[in-house]
Design a protein around this ligand. Structure first.
Ligand SMILES: Cc1ncc(COP(=O)(O)O)c(C=O)c1O
Length: 386
């Protein structure tokens, strides 16, 4: 066999995607309720002015550094300072995307086959990243009562397998659940006992829904256990095309020092973040609040549409959530979620993701993006009400 086993992916596309392709090829109008690409959602903040900061004369110079450019590191430190977290620039590594951040950290922590705990449900990219990095994902279930929470018994059992790291997605995608203080305390305790590192994926942390009472806590200041905090401009500033993310290393000083030295070698091998994006980060960050406000406004409008439809028609309910770009709904007639999604697309031209794409086990669950234009979203949601 010429190719590696890890790339032996199925070539079969799933029934929903096949139907979508057929519909689009026939010229049918599809109401896409899965759109999470902010550059396709008609946001006002996407103006040419954003590009001005990409054409600075300093960009003609190449100054490779495994941490990224100091200017970008300082912009990241400024972001955390606004949350009351003080960082030294050397704690920051600039990368070309969260996927790359995950890869660097897993390469740092794991030998082939080592285990990393990851939440379930969550977004499917983690499975691919784990396979590509020869890491075994050990899924810890989030059980849904009033909110999606890590089940303490399962966590305890899985920590017994001495995982090298635990991924926290805060808030989780697509369940929209933030970690509560008790969960953070319990995880810190387990990690300290087992020598496990925390990987805190916080790409949606600034998108708490209006009215939510939860206190969102970035772990970039966590000192109890070795912690890698991930974020970037793709969600925070709605600029995925700019390919700029970062890792913050925190924890007990000696471990942090060792981790930084090793990460420097990994990052130096790739040096993938582009100079213009790095030098523009400060200027883009200055627009952060304006961008966040516009996105949160969109999320609120679409949530309101969804809540009204859930109450009025009674055909579905919304599962509990507090933030992020997705909503998970459960259709009351329940049944197989794939059949539901296929029926919506076939009969009404509405494209929604079945919950099983994200390992959601609730029957009749659909995952909807809240990022699309409000009138468009309303049009699609009409068909969910039966
Ligand atoms: C929770 C979460 N983390 C990370 C990513 C990837 O982010 P990036 O665009 O920075 O690679 C995604 C993508 O949807 C995500 O949902």
């Amino acid at each position: 066999m010429m190719f590696s086993r890890r790339t032996q992916w199925s070539k079969e596309s799933n029934a929903l995607n096949r139907l979508l392709e057929e519909k689009l090829a026939s010229g049918a109008i599809v109401l896409n309720l899965t759109e999470t690409n902010p550059t396709r959602c008609g946001f006002r903040f996407l103006k040419p002015g954003l590009l001005a900061s990409l054409s600075r004369p300093e960009n003609l110079k190449y100054e490779p550094d495994p941490h990224g450019l100091m200017e970008a590191q300082l912009a990241v430190c400024g972001y955390y300072r606004s949350k009351g977290i003080k960082l030294r620039p050397e704690q920051v590594f600039i990368t070309a995307g969260s996927s790359e951040s995950y890869s660097f950290i897993w390469r740092l922590l794991c030998d082939p086959g080592d285990g990393i705990l990851a939440p379930s449900p969550s977004y499917p990219l983690l499975d691919y990243l784990a396979a590509l990095n020869d890491v075994t994902l050990l899924k810890y279930p989030l059980s849904r009562k009033d909110a999606w929470r890590a089940d303490p018994d399962s966590l305890g059992r899985l920590f017994g397998q001495k995982p090298k790291g635990i991924v926290l997605v805060n808030p989780n995608n697509p369940t929209g659940s933030f970690l509560c203080e008790e969960e953070i305390m319990a995880i810190n305790r387990h990690c300290a006992e087992e020598g496990t590192a925390i990987i805190s994926d916080e790409v949606f942390i600034d998108f708490k829904w209006r009215g939510s009472q939860i206190f969102e806590r970035s772990l970039a200041g966590n000192t109890e256990t070795l912690t890698f905090t991930l974020n970037g401009v793709s969600k925070m500033l709605g600029l995925p095309q700019m390919k700029l993310s970062w890792i913050v290393v925190s924890g007990p000083p000696l471990l942090v020092q060792d981790a930084i030295h090793r990460l420097e070698v990994i990052a130096d091998t790739f040096l993938s973040a582009a100079t213009p994006s790095q030098r523009a980060l400060g200027a883009w960050m200055a627009r952060r609040e304006t961008i966040r406000e516009e996105i949160v406004e969109r999320l609120s409008l679409n949530l309101e549409t969804l809540r009204r439809a859930a109450l009025a028609g009674g055909a579905f309910k919304m599962l509990p959530a507090e933030g992020g770009w997705h909503a998970v709904i459960q259709v009351n007639s329940a049944g197989d979620d794939e059949k539901l999604a296929l029926g919506l697309l076939r009969n009404h031209g509405v494209f929604a993701h079945p919950g099983y794409f994200y390992d959601i086990e609730e029957p009749g669950s659909l995952v909807l993006s809240l990022l699309g234009k409000a009138d468009f979203f309303k049009e699609g949601v009409r068909f969910l009400s039966g």
